[in-house]
Design a protein around this ligand. Structure first.
Ligand SMILES: *Cc1c(COP(=O)(O)O)cnc(C)c1O
Length: 390
């Protein structure tokens, strides 16, 4: 090893890494070839992936790939600047119009990613003296945006609308504006938020409801997401999501009413001070959203595959394309993932801090592209390995 430029910095890093390793929380980047999207190759071995968020297989769809290539040829490999300078090519308008149509809103804003969207949206709308009441399992970037806003943050028990109402009854009167935050489909648990109840509660307390539909768009509610799935069309004022999961491309978005969107355009720092998306991502997203809008049969598949898996194992029916198999300590989850890898499946172990301590798990995700036979084979393998007790 060469001499570090700062020995104290390198020593600090080594100490922290030793702690992480001792807790079985080391994360390794492993080069992975996604081939056709479903069969992935790692270390020379081919595995059937049950760990991608490409729920509709659209990242490999010929029309989506062709649209990405066409966008690159027309607009270049990079955006060249922020959207507000020269990066706002016409594909943005097309993608935003599709999102607005799908969600039934005045419009949409496309951000650099879902993560960047949450870092930008929350501080654009809330500040000191305001209150955020969020589900305790909300995504890291929802916490990130909340903290950046300097609003007070209180968490309610997972999917417990009554607890959310209790907090609002007590705290809402002491704050100027209040945001209620949840995920439409929870990324690590696959369950759905009680959107309709949260709509009622937010209305009663004059709070603004925000849903993160990263895992809902393209999968539930005819592909329109969690508000539509829960019979709350037009009642969730702030719906964000990503173009990187079921849409198969890259980017984040917010849908809202025209005035709110205009304010966010003026104040979201992650939108203003970051370069626009590579045109290929927008071309791909545009083609993928067109398929989501029109191909109801495709959109219905990931949930059906997940439910085939849960019914084969006598688990409660899947509510999304994500099924968690909780195993407890990190080591158990890692060992289970290694055994499945030996059997030809890639199911990645999820450990803290992505999930709470003691809830390390296998997170099984389903795609429209999976064969029913492979889904059943995975279920049988997991049963034989004793990972799921019926
Ligand atoms: C993946 C994810 C994001 C981030 O979206 P990216 O486009 O990947 O940055 C945000 N929220 C939730 C719930 C997610 O699962």
């Amino acid at each position: 090893m060469h001499n570090p430029a700062s020995p104290s910095l390198a020593a600090f890093a080594r100490g922290k890494l030793a702690e992480i390793d001792a807790a079985d929380l080391t994360r390794r980047l492993r080069p992975t070839l996604r081939g056709d999207g479903l069969i992935v190759e790692r270390g020379g071995k081919k595995l059937i992936s049950f760990s991608c968020n490409d729920y509709l297989g659209l990242s490999r769809h010929p029309q989506v790939i062709a649209a990405a290539i066409a966008a690159t040829e027309t607009y270049g490999a990079g955006a060249g600047a922020s959207r507000f300078v020269t990066g706002d090519n016409p594909l943005y308008g097309e993608v935003e119009a599709r999102l607005a149509r799908l969600k039934g809103t005045d419009g949409a804003i496309v951000f650099g990613s879902g993560y960047l969207a949450n870092l930008g949206i929350v501080p654009a709308l809330l500040g000191e003296g305001d209150l955020i009441v969020g589900d305790e399992l909300m995504h890291a970037c929802m916490h990130g945006g909340s903290r950046l806003s300097r609003a007070k943050i209180l968490l309610f028990r997972h999917n417990d609308a009554d607890h959310c109402a209790e907090i609002l009854a007590k705290e809402r009167p002491n704050h100027r504006h209040t945001l209620v935050m949840t995920e439409g489909v929870f990324s690590m648990d696959g369950d759905r938020a009680p959107v309709k109840s949260l709509v009622e509660i937010a209305k009663r307390h004059d709070a603004w409801l925000f849903t993160d539909d990263a895992h809902a768009l393209g999968v539930i509610g005819d592909g329109k997401g969690s508000a539509h799935a829960d019979g709350a069309d037009g009642q969730v004022p702030l719906q964000m999501g990503t173009l990187s999961k079921a849409v198969g491309a890259y980017g984040g978005y917010l849908t809202a009413d025209a005035d709110t969107l205009e304010l966010v355009r003026h104040r979201a720092r992650s939108l203003i001070y970051s370069t626009g998306l590579p045109p290929a991502a927008l071309g791909a997203a545009n083609a993928a959203l067109a398929l989501i809008e029109t191909d109801a049969e495709l959109v219905a598949k990931p949930l059906a595959k997940a439910q085939l898996f849960t019914s084969a194992l006598n688990l409660p029916p899947a509510m999304s394309a994500i099924v968690p198999v909780r195993l407890g300590e990190p080591k158990r989850a890692l060992e289970a993932a290694a055994k499945l890898e030996e059997a030809g499946f890639m199911v990645v172990a999820i450990r803290p801090p992505t999930v709470p301590d003691g809830t390390s798990r296998l997170r099984v995700t389903f795609s429209a592209a999976h064969d029913d036979a492979d889904v059943l084979r995975l279920a049988e393998t997991m049963r034989k390995l004793g990972l799921v007790t019926p």
